[in-house]
Ligand binder design. Structure first.
Ligand code: ASP
Length: 347
């Protein structure tokens, strides 16, 4: 039982959607129960934000051009996957709504937080319908869900505070029913609904949080985040040629590496799974045979003294983390000082 979350690049092309279907099929063949959470196709969320600003600034024509780009990209992908008419059936009303929304924003020249959240939600609503139609074409019993059952706190439209009690209740009820019917739920990432039942966003990169929320709501222990990198590496591969993949890392170490430059994920988003002693895997859709990195609350003792090195150009220092608990401080401080002064004086 696990939740698989696919990011924007994984959802972004015909080739990558074919790879996703393969990954899902393999799990299915191994009788794994699954829920899938998806981002929008890569770049679409940014396009939607731009559309909002264009419409607000009386540039409806450019906004509609960009809208047409998004629409064409989805339809071209659907056509290449052989699901154009099904996708059209599932999304005609959505594209109409989006066009009306653009008109509305441009008429009143107001792009409020509420309109912004609604506007951005279209990316995931399109991408999940695309994937679902494709899986159905392959005779995989998948069913699309808009994630309104993820409840955010308060009445704002951009929050990352989940109303856990309500969310667990509703999400579990709806998705369990689907799973009982042997369906694979395909759930929109990135948004939920607020106290008033209105769409609210759960932060950029929020689909990872959606994945974590779904995992917790189902009482499951495994979340796989499928992206376009092999996992956490021992160093930046652009700088260190023989950087290795770290097979297992503790949440604390992962968070520190992310803070100091490793752009693998936003640690806060996976915290709900880690807090319940679950595990989160970082995996590469484009290199699925690679096992990836497992993140746990606490990693096993590592045979290497230094687990990874990451750096931020804007920061003046380099972060080294030792997994040798006993020597941690001394090791860390000596290495930091030495490397900083001798090897990377310019960082
Ligand atoms: N589509 C949203 C974003 O670009 C959410 C996500 O990809 O996780 O931030």
């Amino acid at each position: 039982m696990k939740v698989l979350k696919f990011g924007g690049t994984s959802m972004g092309s015909v080739e990558s959607l074919v790879l996703i279907a393969k990954i899902i099929k393999e799990n299915l063949d191994n009788s794994v129960q699954m829920i899938i959470a998806c981002s929008a196709m890569s770049g679409v969320t940014n396009n939607l934000i731009e559309i909002g600003h264009l419409a607000e600034n009386n540039n409806e024509e450019s906004a509609i051009d960009l809208y047409n780009n998004i629409k064409n990209r989805h339809f071209e992908t659907a056509e290449a996957l052989g699901i154009k008419s099904e996708f059209e059936k599932q999304t005609t009303h959505l594209f109409q709504d989006l066009q009306n929304l653009i008109r509305g924003i441009s008429l009143i020249r107001e792009f409020s937080e509420r309109s912004n959240a609604y506007l951005q939600s279209f990316g995931e609503r399109f991408s999940t319908r695309l994937l679902t139609a494709y899986l159905n074409k392959l005779n995989i019993n998948a069913r699309q869900f808009d994630s309104g059952f993820i409840k955010t706190q308060g009445i704002n439209f951009t929050v990352d505070e989940i109303d856990w009690e309500k969310t667990i209740d509703e999400t579990n009820k709806i998705l369990s029913q689907s799973i009982e019917k042997n369906e694979i739920p395909i759930v929109t990432g990135f948004f939920g609904t607020n106290k008033q039942g209105v769409i609210s966003l759960i932060g950029r990169g929020g689909s990872d949080l959606t994945g974590a929320v779904l995992t917790v709501c189902m009482g499951w222990k495994t979340l796989e985040i499928w992206t376009d990198v092999d996992g956490f590496l021992t160093a930046d591969p652009r700088i260190v040629k023989n950087a290795r993949i770290i097979d297992e890392i503790g949440f604390q170490e992962a968070s520190e590496l992310c803070f100091f430059g490793a752009k693998v994920l936003h640690p806060k988003t996976i915290r709900p799974v880690i807090d319940l002693d679950g595990e989160v895997w970082i995996k590469n859709t484009f290199n699925a045979n690679n096992p990836g990195t497992r993140i746990k609350r606490k990693a096993e003792e590592n045979k290497y003294a230094v687990i990874s090195i990451s750096s931020k150009k804007s920061a003046w220092y380099l972060w080294i983390y030792s997994l040798h608990r006993k020597t941690e401080n001394r090791y860390f401080q000596t290495c930091l000082f030495w490397l900083n002064n001798k090897i990377f004086p310019s960082i």
